[in-house]
Design a binder for this molecule. Structure first.
Ligand SMILES: NC(=O)c1ccc[n+]([C@@H]2O[C@H](COP(=O)([O-])OP(=O)(O)OC[C@H]3O[C@@H](n4cnc5c(N)ncnc54)[C@H](OP(=O)(O)O)[C@@H]3O)[C@@H](O)[C@H]2O)c1
Length: 290
């Protein structure tokens, strides 16, 4: 039977390969993308690579709460149970910008948008659904500075902002897995490797030859996501962080702090408006399939 996978950020890089491989492995795919022209181009490519798969595009700018809400509403209305929710999209901006909702753009795109999307789609997960957050090894260098995130005048250090957002991905995953215990739905996160994609800052791309053999292509960069999405060996594994070799690793000490996980959950619920939302995550998440 075909499964249904939702993947964010499939216009380029790791997400594009992830969507293609899932489509070729008996999944119908919902691509959540902000660039609809690029998404249509990728959809055409996937239709050729996987003619049996139904490939859908839903517009979504993860940096906008309104856009995420609209996309989640479309998904809930138009599609059945999700077997996979893959929060892949991400940015690593080199300059300070604020989202339309008033949050630092990297944090808004990489954490707050996916947090809201996941919360709004949780009740649509199939009984043995898998939620996968594409984090990064750089979360090891991250620390949360919540006051700066909502401060347009805060000092901006690109690498620190990106590391903070990726630490948030791991904290989110672990807090989510705790809430999902006993439901059958799993939540895991991963480091894909250092992958030669558009995400890499220009200066890092310029020293590509030096980085070899550490730098991998996007085909290899999608391997851990695909492993977590499809391997039977991780069907019951939840609340783990995997490296680029598909091995579960201990995440950074900061990511394992339950108090920090809960503090981030709390502030994310308030900032995204989930606190006042009828669709706020219930304590016991219903997962029965239709
Ligand atoms: N590359 C690496 O070395 C590396 C290492 C560790 C972790 N990661 C993580 O891997 C994930 C995928 O990154 P990648 O390397 O494949 O980068 P990429 O090639 O730049 O792809 C990023 C994708 O995210 C989408 N995206 C960006 N902002 C968005 C928004 N506001 N709303 C919706 N979609 C948005 C992009 O869409 P557009 O076409 O609209 O820009 C693109 O499809 C990210 O979470 C990244 O943090 C990457």
């Amino acid at each position: 039977m075909r499964k249904l996978a939702l993947v964010t950020g499939t216009t380029h890089g790791i997400g594009r390969v992830t969507a293609r491989e899932l489509a070729m492995a008996d999944h119908d795919v919902v691509m959540l993308c902000r660039d609809l022209e690029a998404a249509a181009h990728v959809r055409n490519q996937l239709a050729i690579a996987a003619p049996k798969a139904a490939i859908h595009v839903v517009a979504c700018d993860l940096a906008s709460f309104a856009s995420v809400r609209e996309a989640a509403s479309t998904v809930r209305h138009d599609f059945g149970r999700l077997d996979l929710l893959i929060n892949n999209a991400g940015i690593a901006p080199s300059r300070h910008r604020m989202s339309e909702d008033g949050f630092e753009l990297c944090f808004a795109t990489n954490h707050l948008g996916p947090f809201l999307l996941t919360a709004l789609l949780l009740e649509r997960m199939a009984a043995a659904g898998r939620i996968i957050n594409v984090a990064s090894r750089i979360h090891n260098r991250g620390s949360l500075n919540l006051e700066r995130i909502a401060n347009p005048a805060a000092r901006f250090i690109p690498m620190a902002a990106y590391a903070q957002s990726k630490l948030a991905n791991v904290l989110h995953t672990f807090a989510l897995a705790r809430r999902l215990l006993g439901t059958g739905v799993t939540a895991n996160c991963l480091h894909p490797g250092v992958v030669a994609t558009n995400l890499l800052p220009r200066w890092l791309r310029a020293i590509r030859p030096i980085l070899r053999p550490d730098l991998i292509d996007e085909e290899r960069g999608a391997k851990t996501t695909l492993h977590l999405a499809m391997s039977d060996t991780v069907a019951c594994v939840s609340g783990k962080y995997f490296d680029e070799h598909q091995v579960a690793r201990t995440a950074a000490p900061a990511a394992n702090g339950v108090a920090l996980q809960e503090a981030l959950w709390d502030v994310s619920e308030r900032w995204t408006g989930l606190r006042d939302d009828a669709r706020r995550i219930p304590d016991n998440v219903p997962t029965a399939a239709d």
